[in-house]
Design a protein around this ligand. Structure first.
Ligand code: BDR
Ligand code: CA
Length: 317
C-alpha cells in the first residue's frame, strides 16, 4: 500500500514532538506538511520547535508554516507548566537554519488539500484554531480531507480543568466549528491517550534508540510528572496516538458518537459532550488501545529515525 499522506497541524510541545517523530519514521506515512498553532507555548515557540525538529530529525523537504497565534475569540492559554517555558522541556535543539514557508498555515492547509482531494489525511494535535479558520475560509476542506483525526477532548474527564481537555479548552469556539463541519472527526481523547503511558519499562526500552533516545525521546517523555497523581506511572504520549491511528486504526477499538463542544459552561467550558447512542454521529471515538501493539509500532518507527540519524551524524549511540 502506498504511504498515507499526512498534514500535521501541531503545537510542539513534548508529545507533539514525539508525534512528529512517528510521522517521519513510519514507512506507512508520507509527511507532506507541518503547520503550527499557538498552544502549549506561544506560536513563536511552537514554530521555532517545529523548525528545529525538522532539521534535527532530517525532514528538511517538508514545509513548515506558521498559523494562528491566538484562539478565535479568547485570550491565549498555554501549558508551559507541563511542557516547559520553551515547549520541549529540557530539550534545547540547535536553532533552525531554514525558515518557515512564506504562506500562512491556513492557506497551506487549504491549498494542500485542494490540490489532492481525497488523498491527504489531516491530523491536528493542538488547539483547533487553524483548522477552524481554514474551514471558515474554504468549507469544502471538509470534503477534501481523506480523513481528519485530532488529539483532543474526552468522554469522562479533563486535564486543563476537571471537565475539559487542553486542546479543546484552549479554543472551544474553533472546536465547535470543526465538529460541525460535516466530516467525520476521529476524536482521540484523553480516555484513550491515558492508556499510552511512557512507563519506566517503556523508557527503558527507549534506551535502545541510542542517541535519539538519550537526546530527544527520553527527555521529552519524562520531563513532566504530575504531583497530584498518587498512581503516577509516567507521561501519556497523547499526540502520538493521533498519528498512529492514521496507519494503524486496528490498534484502537472505536465507537461512533455525536460530539458537541461546550462553549458557555461556567465550569465546563471546553468540555466535549459525547453521545455514544446518537443516531446522527459526527465522530469516531477510539475508546481502547492495544497498548503492546502501539508501543511495538511506535518503537519500530522511531528506531528507523534513530538509525538514519546515526548514519547522518556518525553517532552509533
Ligand atoms: C494535549 O494538550 C497538550 O498539552 C498536549 O500536547 C496534547 O496535545 C493533551 O491534553
Ligand atoms: Ca499538542
Amino acid at each position: 500500500m502506498a504511504p498515507r499522506k499526512i498534514l500535521l497541524d501541531c503545537d510542539p510541545g513534548l508529545d507533539d514532538a514525539l508525534a512528529l517523530l512517528l510521522a517521519h519514521g513510519d514507512a506507512g506515512i508520507d509527511l507532506i506538511a507541518v503547520t503550527t498553532v499557538g498552544g502549549n507555548v506561544g506560536l513563536a515557540g511552537t514554530t521555532r520547535n517545529a523548525l528545529a525538529l525538522r532539521e534535527y530529525l532530517g525532514f528538511e523537504a517538508v514545509p513548515v508554516a506558521a498559523g494562528a497565534a491566538d484562539p478565535l475569540e479568547r485570550a491565549a492559554e498555554n501549558a508551559a507548566h507541563v511542557h516547559g517555558e520553551a515547549g520541549l522541556g529540557d530539550v534545547h535543539l540547535p536553532v533552525a537554519v531554514l525558515p518557515t514557508s512564506a504562506v500562512h498555515a491556513v492557506d497551506l492547509i487549504i491549498e494542500t488539500l485542494r490540490n489532492a482531494p481525497g488523498e491527504i489525511h489531516l491530523v491536528a494535535t493542538g488547539p483547533l484554531t487553524n483548522i477552524a479558520l481554514a474551514l471558515r475560509k474554504e468549507p469544502r476542506l471538509a470534503t477534501w480531507a481523506a480523513s481528519f483525526t485530532i488529539m483532543g477532548g474526552s468522554f469522562t474527564r479533563g486535564n486543563a480543568t476537571p471537565a475539559a481537555e487542553f486542546n479543546i479548552y484552549a479554543d472551544p469556539e474553533a472546536a465547535a466549528i470543526v465538529f460541525a463541519a460535516g466530516w467525520e472527526v476521529v476524536m482521540i481523547g484523553l480516555d484513550l491517550t491515558l492508556q499510552a503511558i511512557a512507563t519506566p519499562a517503556i523508557i527503558e526500552r527507549m534506551r535502545g534508540l541510542g542517541a535519539l533516545g538519550e537526546e530527544l525521546v527520553i527527555p521529552l517523555a519524562t520531563f513532566w510528572t504530575n504531583p497530584h497523581d498518587d498512581d503516577w506511572q509516567g507521561q501519556a504520549v497523547h499526540d502520538v496516538c493521533a498519528v498512529a491511528y492514521v496507519t494503524r486504526p486496528d490498534l484502537f477499538t472505536s465507537r461512533p458518537a455525536r460530539v458537541e463542544v461546550e462553549t458557555r459552561g461556567q465550569f465546563t467550558s471546553g468540555a466535549t459532550v459525547v453521545d455514544f447512542s446518537s443516531t446522527a454521529p459526527n465522530a469516531v471515538v477510539p475508546v481502547a488501545l492495544d497498548v503492546d501493539g502501539f508501543w511495538d509500532h511506535v518503537y519500530a518507527a522511531w528506531e528507523v529515525v534513530a538509525l538514519q540519524r546515526a548514519l547522518r551524524t556518525g553517532d552509533r549511540g
